[in-house]
Design a protein around this ligand. Structure first.
Ligand SMILES: O=P(O)(O)O[C@H]1O[C@H](CO)[C@@H](O)[C@H]1O
Ligand SMILES: Nc1nc2[nH]cnc2c(=O)[nH]1
Length: 306
């Protein structure tokens, strides 16, 4: 059992290893495959799940102990099945800190994936381009993050550490697997994706958009794209030893200039996601296919190219 907090009570949302295992076992008992890859779909990028064959859908609300999404229009379900020859479990969609959950709860599904036997975490998100060279519709492979929410101590790993998940002080160097980034660059070139970016994602708490002064600061400290997710999931994944691949779809450009204001809205995020969904889907599918080939489990009959 995880140790108790100094107050004698477990902090809200901090559930012990055994409870996470119970959620994992509950899902495993209801599905026909044993997933190797976990996928977290970003806003507007959930259509990847349509490429999953023999799909079984499980609503978050039907999984005891699993958080439930609160954002209007969010689907909130797991889709489990085969993708490019590998068993996968996809989250359509994720939990955000601004919805009111603790980060511990937002990242709980990652620990559930780990205890289901999943080895890779593939993450997508919609983000705003801070790097002036970035255009709406660009894909940015995430090489690193600045976890603004985490730097101040708000971490999904806060509280008693259970070594069965991972070490107390996990390193974050190479949290985004460099070999998978290199592979994705090759795949993007094969696909003819124009000018794929590799950059640093910044996690802010949201839900408000950034002020112009905040955007200027993010630019100064080396941020390429900003959003309201991902870093806490990746911290949790790195802590428990999952291999991570992640990319952002740039759905808006941040304002760095008081004379040239840009505004991002939810409809725009969704519209850009829609216009780039086939490319994002194909990139992810080809990544999974390459992992399947590496593991000797390729299935030539599979293919989600559009
Ligand atoms: O990070 P995902 O889930 O893609 O969502 C992004 O899009 C929403 C803003 O429209 C925010 O939640 C932001 O984080
Ligand atoms: N913080 C933040 N997250 C986003 N996600 C999609 N667009 C944005 C944005 O402009 N700002």
């Amino acid at each position: 059992m995880a140790e108790k907090y100094p107050t004698g009570k477990s902090e809200e949302n901090h559930i012990p290893y055994e409870a996470v295992k119970a959620i994992a076992d509950n899902i495993l008992s209801r599905i026909q495959v044993k997933p190797v890859i976990g996928i977290i779909c970003g806003s507007g990028l959930g259509s990847l799940t349509e490429a999953i064959t023999n799909a079984q859908n499980i609503e978050y609300k039907d999984i005891p102990g699993f958080p439930v999404s609160t954002v209007a229009g969010h689907v909130g379900r797991l889709v489990v099945g085969m993708l490019e020859g590998l068993p996968v479990l996809a989250m359509q969609e994720r939990f955000h800190y601004y919805e009111g959950y603790s980060l511990i709860k937002c990242a709980r599904p990652v620990r559930v994936m780990k205890l289901m036997g999943i080895e890779y975490l593939m993450v997508t998100n919609a983000a705003s381009g801070i790097n002036p060279a970035y255009k709406v519709g660009d894909i940015m492979l995430i090489r690193d993050h600045i976890n603004f929410v985490g730097i101040s101590g708000n971490s999904p790993l806060r509280g008693p550490n259970d070594e069965r998940f991972g070490p107390r002080f996990p390193p974050m160097t190479d949290a985004y697997d460099p070999a998978l980034i290199t592979r994705a660059l090759g795949i993007a070139e094969e696909m003819g994706i124009q000018d794929v970016k590799v950059g640093t994602y910044c996690f802010l708490g949201g839900p408000n958009q950034e002020s112009i002064a905040e955007c200027k600061m993010l630019h100064t400290i080396g941020v390429d794209a900003v959003g309201m997710s991902t870093a806490h999931e990746v911290v949790t994944a790195q802590h428990c030893g999952l291999k991570v691949f992640a990319f952002s779809l740039i759905t808006s450009k941040a304002s760095l200039d008081y004379e040239k204001k840009e505004y991002a809205n939810r409809a725009e995020v969704v519209a850009v996601g829609k216009s780039r969904e086939s490319t994002c889907r194909e990139l992810m599918c080809r990544m999974i296919k390459s992992i399947a080939a590496e593991r000797g489990t390729s299935d030539p009959s599979c293919g989600c190219s559009m």
